[in-house]
Design a protein around this ligand. Sequence first.
Ligand code: UDP
Length: 417
Amino acid sequence: MKISMVSEHASPLAVLGGVDAGGQNVHVAELSSALAARGHEVTVYTRREDRSVDERVRLCDGVEVVHVDAGPPERVPKDELLPYMDAFGDRLAEDWSRETPDIVHSHFWMSGLAALRGAERTTGGRPPVVHTFHALGTVKRRHQGAEDTSPAERVDLEPMVGRSVDQVIATCSDEAFELKALGVPGSRITVVPCGVDTRLFSPNGPSETADRPFRIMTVGRLVPRKGVGLTISALASLVAAGRDDVELVVLGGSSGPDHIQEDPDVQRLLAHARSLGVDDRVVFRGQVRQDELPAALRSAHVVVCAPWYEPFGIVPLEAMATGTPVVAAAVGGLIDSVVHGRTGLHVPPRDAGAIADAVTMLLDDPELLASLGAAGVERTRSRYSWARVAADTERGYRRVLGRARRSARSSGEAVTR
Ligand code: UDP
């Protein structure tokens, strides 16, 4: 198949860990590569954020990234990109009118808008559009309230995207429920999770040396909703309960290790750690490259993922794939991916005391740690490899194409009659 991916703000070529670069970038890069490995030809359209990059860049065999001129050729926060989506869609229509893809797969609500516009304006036939939301505005608004900086139009436009595309791929069952509540018919929703690179994230390989006997770790963007502050509070509870043997290593942030102190999120979290008297045992490492992550994850006894909400969450998969148990807030995708008592422990959201209890339980029981770690490796290998995710996604595409063909046939018959 000729597949057009549309990912307006999240380029598969981006450096991860900053404010707007995380799971979606990984998802688009890995899914595209895995689909190409199955013999498909993939083009990824993303907004140009840098004047100096080429228009077309090869990601790997079978995957090309196209930088679309829509808005200023510089980084623009994703919540300010809506005004450029018409231009983005028009540019898609130009390309698709020259060579129409078999299937379009858009990522995030604004890419959905651009993709629908592009598809409608494609001369010679509208290609079917499959969509993955990655995050839902209704959920964001529920948890972030006035701090949600999404454009006001999202409330109406996002459900419209869900109802207008040919198929929505939800990444977890929780999201499927949310989508139905937005009016997306259940028959047009399939659940295919995100995946993890199980060759890179494996239990075998080098491990960093920890500075204290026990190491807790968090990985990801440091925006408040990721809940790193809760993990710092949990650390303080552990220390107050007499555990002098624990450190917390925080990976991620808007800059690398050299400028870490300038990151406002690091400053906020450091002030929090200082106020609790644990700043000497919290290490902020800044952005870390994907290929450096496995050694870091292997050095941790427990990875804590304590978001307020989480559309999917690739980090728990990466931790499990390297054999490290996860303490996870029971929200969103983490409900499906982390199995309580088998690959980690679930805790209620926004509950630092529960995180502290769960971490204590694991650190006190090396056998439990080892068995949860082994089960995590097994679970990620059997269910979450990108090869499996690509195969399931391809099945979804074929269903949509089959339906499109059937409906073209029946409307043709109607015209003939
Ligand atoms: N990540 C990374 N380096 C960092 C921080 C994060 O490579 O310094 C990666 C992380 O390994 C994961 C992705 O960014 O693959 C974050 O995805 P997730 O779904 O967990 O969260 P999101 O950022 O999408 O909310």
